[in-house]
Design a protein around this ligand. Structure first.
Ligand code: ADP
Length: 409
């Protein structure tokens, strides 16, 4: 009821009162002193013998260990959700693959489940990265170059969970890399194509200046016509570069304007027949009399027809016909241009629509080609849901055709 200190104070107070009462009752000094000493001694013994106060033990008592958190990887929804992910996704516990979604199994094989992740991925950069503890210094994403095959590149991202669990996601970057490479190749090629005629122009201008009026009229005329030809080549290149960038920018914008393909092709044929081209008179057009309605960009479709027909004029043999046909095929209309020329070897066919790809560079240059004509055709065709087809027979000739859906088809 009383704590130890209070009991001691009370006891001493009672002894002091007893001693005072004894003194008042007339006891002698030594009796009072002995009584007080005995009282103090008794009190000290009682105090020493009293049980030590219990200091309340607080939360220091060890609590039972917390139950481990349930693993996200073993959640029933996890595997289902992982399968919906298009990129390969893996769940690992202490580096052993416990979950692999469909995309991961397609990429790495079914045997990876239960295997060590480092064996499953088998790439030095991945092995090194996985060996590191996941801390703030560990990069969140690494590149796997030449994975799974030479020339390909994937990235690997990891999220570390509790209890040694990890989620690993792989993403294919090969197509992005190829697009980047194509872009930088394109800039390099375009610069090279512009530099060549520019160097010729500067060279001939310098020669004419050095001659200081000594050159005879014939030589001056020859040099000036080279300058003129090279400047026109540059001009055509700039026009084609602008066209390709415009066409590429419009790539995903479906045309919505109703146009008549027959009228557009007829216009292009008329322009080429009226041109100074040596082969202008060789064009034989069979466009029919009915309109060919489709949704399109008239200027782009005119350019497509122009590029295909002028290629046939450039690469067909002099004096042979260039045929231009327009015909319906079910719900589509097909523009088909044929020539009688040297043709194209089959291994070149798939690459003809690449920018600056030429079968014979010198030949292309000699006929004023820029190497961009068919790349522009391909883009315009794709924008109009066209199907481009190039068929060629070595020594006989080439037929380039594009079919488009008719507006009422
Ligand atoms: P270019 O400006 O060089 O003609 P294109 O992109 O129009 O570029 O064509 C690419 C290459 O395809 C040409 O350099 C040429 O080698 C080949 N080619 C295109 N059309 C024909 C054709 N009708 N006959 C033979 N080869 C052709």
């Amino acid at each position: 009821m009383f704590d130890r200190l209070s009991s001691l104070v009370i006891a001493l107070t009672l002894i002091a009162i007893a001693a005072i009462l004894a003194a008042l009752a007339g006891g002698d000094a030594s009796t009072i002193a002995i009584l007080a000493l005995a009282g103090f001694a008794a009190t000290a013994i009682v105090h020493a013998a009293a049980p030590a106060p219990v200091i309340e033990a607080r939360a220091e008592t060890a609590a039972p260990p917390p139950a481990p958190l349930p693993s996200l990887l073993r959640h029933p929804d996890f595997a289902r959700r992982a399968d919906q992910e298009a990129d390969p996704l893996l769940g690992t516990t202490d580096n052993i693959v416990t979950v692999a979604n469909d995309a991961a199994i397609r990429l790495l094989g079914r045997h990876i489940v239960g295997a060590d992740i480092r064996t499953a991925i088998r790439h030095p950069a991945a092995t090194e990265w996985l060996a590191k503890a996941a801390d703030a210094d560990t990069p969140q994403e690494i590149s796997l170059v030449d994975f799974p095959r030479p020339g390909q590149r994937w990235t690997m991202r990891m999220a570390a969970l509790s209890g040694g669990d990890r989620i690993i996601i792989l993403s294919d970057r090969s197509a992005i890399d190829a697009a980047d490479r194509m872009r930088s190749d394109f800039v390099a090629n375009a610069s090279h194509e512009l530099r060549t005629p520019l160097a010729a122009i500067l060279g001939y201008v310098e020669t004419l200046q050095d001659m200081n009026g000594d050159a005879d009229a014939g030589m001056r005329h020859r040099f000036l016509s080279i300058i003129d030809r090279e400047a026109r080549r540059m001009q055509q290149l700039v026009i084609d570069l602008l066209s390709i960038s415009r066409v590429e920018a419009d790539r995903f914008r479906r045309p919505t304007t109703p146009v008549n393909l027959a009228a557009i092709v007829n216009n292009t044929v008329a322009q080429l027949r009226d041109s100074e081209e040596a082969r202008a008179k060789d064009i034989e057009a069979n466009l029919g009399s009915e309109p060919q309605p489709m949704l399109g960009d008239a200027a782009q479709l005119g350019q497509l027809a122009h590029n295909i027909i002028s290629n046939a004029m450039k690469y067909g043999r002099a004096g042979t016909p260039v045929t231009v046909d327009l015909a319906r095929e079910g719900g589509r209309v097909r523009l088909s241009v044929g020539d009688q020329g040297d043709g194209i070897a089959p291994d070149h066919l798939p690459r003809l629509t690449e920018r600056f790809y030429r079968v014979d560079e010198a030949r292309s240059r000699s006929v004023g080609g820029t190497g961009l004509g068919l790349a522009i055709v391909k883009h315009i065709s794709e924008r109009h849901q066209g199907q481009l087809d190039i068929a060629s027979e070595a020594g006989r000739g080439t037929r380039v055709s594009v079919s488009f859906p008719l507006a009422n088809g």
